[in-house]
Design a protein around this ligand. Structure first.
Ligand code: FE2
Length: 527
């Protein structure tokens, strides 16, 4: 009986399934259909790399590679010492922002790589690992690429050319000394456009080498009344740092990146930043210390508004560099190339990557980048024009007599009597002499003589090897007249100009006339 009952139940169930199947299918169909559309869409979806891959930071045994994608996906880097790239590093966590660290690499080696996220795959690029501490590494330095107008965010064409030439240098590192965009405004969309035009160019070299971005006065948004730094931080990976001043080490060389644009402290390295720098430099054991800021200490076109806004602080910074054996300081801000060596510290201005050039009495107003080799024993660098012509080549340490430099105002400048030229020596002289107009040598430099007209200044400096350096300068002196007004001054940094004096004289004369008129009117009882 039980068997018959079970059989009957199965028959009834089967019949019921046949009867209700169409109904069940009609309910389930939309769900099945939507699932199948979704699967089809997933298959059709194409992940895209929207930024990168970029080399974030490199040591002598590792590198970190960064990229961004439209869709969330795992991160894979294929890499190797030849283009077959047999090594694979995968991070299985899905994300749209990818950062993969490759470790166990050989030092001073070239590695090819490509990245993958889902079905997105990059082109093949390469990077170099750092040499052993003290070994020679290549560095490109360039600065002041910014557009010339706020209404045209396009980057200068010459900047793009310089980046392409720089890729050909196969640099281990790239330093950019600031002023990347024309300005950061209150318009977020405008800022995004301006910075994207910048990173579209810099990312081309960032595929191959880490870039260090030194913040410039055009990059901070200070004109809006507060600092808008998100664009700067998005543009530069800066060895993983998200502050505007920081330090990092590469091949045993210690780098100190400064912010000369702190809000309200523009043109000054002071307060907490100075204390931080003092501590960081004194705790560095490296024989190769490299410092960079946007504004130079010894400007040639922003005299008085570079890091010499406060001369006492500028000199304190230079003294710190000397005390802590800083070898090399690089800046931008002046749109030109310039070199000065002060007591063993080489100062380079490289501001020729595309912004409108500045003519100065010191020359250097041409587009360029710097291709350099650094090691514990030697630094050598070439200043290269977009044509490929090397305009200057220098080695540190240099050989031969002490070099003598004039700053503040230029050779042949017209200045008031008593004005003291700024003279600097490439190293501290054992003996130094100054002579005005061929007269007796003096050990201390005095100001322009009290005689109107041309004067020569001879400067002599002896080094420890007994070699003498000598330079003769020519200046024109003028003397303040009895009214206290200054005649015209042909230098940019001069005191009050004659135009200013005329304006003041006009105001004084006008006020005097007004007093006389009021006096006369009162006497006549008119007021
Ligand atoms: Fe600047």
């Amino acid at each position: 009986m039980l068997v018959i009952y079970v059989k009957k139940r199965m028959e009834i169930s089967f019949i019921a399934m046949l009867l209700f199947a169409p109904l069940m299918l009609s309910f389930a169909a939309p769900y099945i259909a939507s699932q199948s559309v979704e699967n089809t869409m997933q298959l059709a979806a194409t992940n895209t790399i929207t930024r990168g891959p970029l080399i974030e930071s490199t040591t002598n045994e590792s590198t970190t590679i960064y990229w961004e994608t439209t869709e969330s996906a795992p991160s894979t880097v294929n890499y190797g010492k030849n283009t077959s790239m047999l090594e694979v590093m995968t991070n299985s966590t899905s994300d749209t922002v990818h950062s993969v660290k490759l470790t166990g690499l050989d030092l001073d080696a070239k590695y090819f790589y490509e990245v993958e996220s889902g079905d997105a795959q990059s082109e093949m690029y390469y990077f170099f690992t750092a040499p052993a501490d003290g070994g020679k590494f290549r560095m490109v330095i360039l600065g002041d690429n910014r557009p010339s107008s706020s209404t045209a965010p396009e980057q200068p064409e010459v900047f793009s050319e310089i980046i392409d030439l720089s890729i050909g240098e196969d640099p281990h590192l790239v330093i950019m000394t600031g002023d990347f965009v024309y300005g950061v405004t209150e318009s977020h969309s405008q800022n995004l456009v301006a910075w994207e035009k910048f990173t579209n160019i810099t990312d081309r070299i960032n595929h191959y080498a880490p870039i260090i971005g030194v913040i410039g006065n055009h990059d901070t948004g200070a004109s809006t009344g507060s600092r808008l730094l998100e664009y700067y931080f998005d543009a530069f990976l800066n060895f993983g740092h998200s502050t505007t001043y920081f330090t990092f080490t590469y091949a045993g060389a210690d780098f100190f990146i400064l912010d000369s644009e702190e809000f309200g402290l523009e043109g000054r390295i002071t307060g907490e930043q100075y204390e931080w720098l003092e501590e960081a430099l004194s705790s560095s054991q490296s024989p190769l210390k490299i410092v960079s800021a946007h504004r130079p200490l010894y400007s040639i076109s922003h005299i008085g508004s570079a890091l010499d806004v406060n001369i006492t602080e500028r000199d304190r910074l230079q003294n710190l560099f000397e005390d802590e054996n800083v070898t090399f300081f690089t800046a931008g801000h002046d749109h030109s190339y310039n070199r000065i060596v002060v007591n063993g510290v080489t100062h380079i201005i490289t501001g020729g990557a595309g912004a409108p050039l500045y003519n100065t009495p010191w020359g250097g107003a041409y587009n360029h980048y710097i291709s350099s080799n650094f090691s514990y024993s030697e630094i050598d660098y070439s200043v290269i024009k977009p044509s490929g012509v090397v305009s200057e080549h220098q080695k540190i340490p240099s050989e031969g007599p002490i070099e003598i430099f004039l700053r503040g105002f230029a050779n042949t400048s017209r200045k008031e009597n008593g004005t003291i030229p700024e003279i600097y020596f490439s190293e501290v002289p054992v003996t130094k002499y100054f002579s005005w107009d061929g007269n007796d040598n003096q050990t201390e430099l005095t100001g322009l003589p009290d005689v109107e007209g041309n004067h020569t200044l001879d400067v002599y400096a002896e080094n420890e090897e007994g070699q003498w350096g000598h330079v003769r300068y020519l200046f024109e002196a003028y003397i303040r007249d009895t009214t206290g007004f200054l005649p015209p001054d042909d230098t940019a940094d001069g005191g009050m100009s004659w135009i200013t004096n005329i304006a003041i004289a006009s105001i004084v004369a006008g006020a005097a006339v007004a007093v006389v008129i009021v006096f006369l009117l009162r006497r006549r009882g008119k007021i």
